[in-house]
Design a protein around this ligand. Sequence first.
Ligand code: SF4
Ligand code: SF4
Length: 199
Amino acid sequence: MIKTWELDLNFRNEILNEPGGAHLSACFQCSTCTIGCPIAEIVPSYNPRKIIQMSLLGMREEVLSNPDLWICAICQTCTARCPQDVRISDLLAAIRRIAEKDAEAGKLKIDSVRPLFEKAFLHQLEKYGRLFDMGLAMEFYKGKEGGSFIKGQLAMMKDFKDFGMRMFKKGKMGPKAMFPEKVKKTEEIKKIFEKVEGK
Ligand code: SF4
Ligand code: SF4
């Protein structure tokens, strides 16, 4: 049930003002995005059309606290098919950024490890100019275990025994993943990060 007195009518503007959020109002609720979404096929609750509808209505709290907000695989199938040119994955990223700002301000608890993963991913890119898989895993697991390096490494080894070995066997992870390799233009990449972060 929608509680009209709890709606935040400014939520729509908040999203429109975030990078990637500009196409929100163009959605006419046809559901094409959801019908073709590979994540919606395996997660019955996942419904990007509904997230957009709730955002347009101003259901800020429900949208930002929805764990499904964090499971988009950014495959872009929906964006390629949307008749209204809504960039759905960009839009969801814009909403996630609002959720992260609320979490940083202590107003929201995010029920997903995705922000941790994305932070570790970007940090590795900034540091080495390319992705260093083992560095990403070490940083991610450390964060997941509340900043404890030892606990993080133990949790990582436990998980790696299963899927890590499978990745090695399938050639998805080779010796290069174990050691960092700096690309030549790391300084230029650092400058890009500085510009984006406004340093
Ligand atoms: S396909 Fe586009 S217009 Fe249709 S519901 Fe999804 S976002 Fe809205
Ligand atoms: S980009 Fe996200 S929402 Fe769109 S089809 Fe892919 S997984 Fe689904």
